[in-house]
Design a protein around this ligand. Structure first.
Ligand SMILES: Nc1ncnc2c1ncn2[C@@H]1O[C@H](COP(=O)(O)OP(=O)(O)OP(=O)(O)O)[C@@H](O)[C@H]1O
Length: 301
């Protein structure tokens, strides 16, 4: 069942359409990753969905909700969240709960429960100014869900974090997606592959790819071999593109990437040729093309 339906959503800044006629739906209980290069229109889209930016045209329909209640159904974590650094984590959450018109007693109990959930129980009474980036982001997630929204919208929730902070927030998102529908933007394709059910790739204000991630990978995934060679003659390597089993060929920095018609046939044949040539194989990897390959194709078109 759809939770949100968007039709012809457009935002113009002067003559420039940052978002140009987007139509898509988000199903209840799903986690959707919004991908796209810099300037694709991701933040502008998320701001319009969150009610922070007025669309130039188009419709946003929250199924089963009156327009006035939309804000209450959405939790939003901006790309650059701001906190009152002089407050403690607990004070901040109670404050945001009050802004969401949650009564004081309920606010205190939700804040306590959430601080524990996001792993900030021991830091609850410490000032936010002393929190690490990962802790702040986890507090940001807690404030975004304090009013128990139906849809959680996150703008690049992990991109500013170090690997450890990123892992903590990713684990938390994995947990949250069990009970809330999530739409998040990211530049990190691996993160999208790790937690999302659906993906939407935008480029220059338009949707270029959209759908169920597994289905997309089944439809677009192609058998691929990557070979790292130490001592190959570049002209000979270039000649590999003419083998009958090669569909696409790339050679850069000693790495040969081949999309092939049949993995096993290609492997046998390539091994034989490399041995005959006396070439040193430093790495050999067989698999399917990845979301990154799909992304690069979609945004280069
Ligand atoms: N307030 C604004 N005034 C004018 N132009 C804007 C404004 N906000 C965004 N834009 C333009 O709209 C386009 C889309 O920007 P947006 O921030 O939505 O992209 P994005 O996909 O989120 O990019 P990034 O990955 O860099 O965050 C860009 O060309 C940007 O310069």
């Amino acid at each position: 069942m759809n939770l949100l339906e968007v039709g012809g959503l457009t935002k113009r800044f002067g003559a420039n359409a940052a978002v140009d006629g987007l139509s898509f739906a988000i199903s209840q209980g799903r986690c959707m990753a919004l991908l796209g290069p810099n300037g694709a229109g991701k933040t502008t889209t998320l701001k319009m969905l969150s009610g922070l930016l007025e669309p130039s045209s188009g419709t946003i329909r929250f199924i089963g909700e009156a327009r006035a209640d939309i804000r209450e159904s959405i939790g939003y974590l901006p790309q650059y969240p701001s906190f009152f650094n002089w407050m403690s984590g607990k004070e901040f959450l109670e404050f945001t709960a009050k802004l969401a018109r949650i009564p004081a007693k309920e606010a205190a109990s939700r804040a306590k429960e959430l601080l524990e959930r996001v792993g900030l129980k021991d830091a609850a009474k410490r000032k936010i100014s002393g929190y690490s980036g990962g802790m702040k982001q986890r507090l940001g997630l807690a404030q975004a869900v304090i009013h128990r929204p139906k849809l959680l919208i996150l703008d690049e929730p992990v991109s500013a974090l170090d690997p450890q902070g990123r892992r903590e927030v990713m684990e938390l998102l994995k947990e949250m997606k069990r009970e809330t529908t999530i739409l998040f933007s990211t530049h990190i394709l691996h993160d999208a592959e790790e937690i999302s059910d659906d993906v939407m790739i935008m480029d220059r204000g338009h949707i270029v790819v959209e759908g169920d991630l597994q289905q997309l990978m089944r439809d677009h995934g192609k058998p691929q071999i990557r070979i790292k060679v130490g001592n190959a003659d570049p002209a000979w390597v270039q000649g590999l593109r003419d083998r009958p089993f090669v569909r696409e060929f790339e050679f850069a920095l000693g790495l040969i990437t081949l999309q092939v018609t049949n993995l096993h046939e290609a492997r046998e044949s390539l091994f034989r040729e490399f041995v005959d040539q006396g070439l040193e194989i430093e790495g050999f990897e067989m698999g399917q093309t990845t979301l990154e390959d799909l992304f690069m194709k979609a945004v280069q078109a």
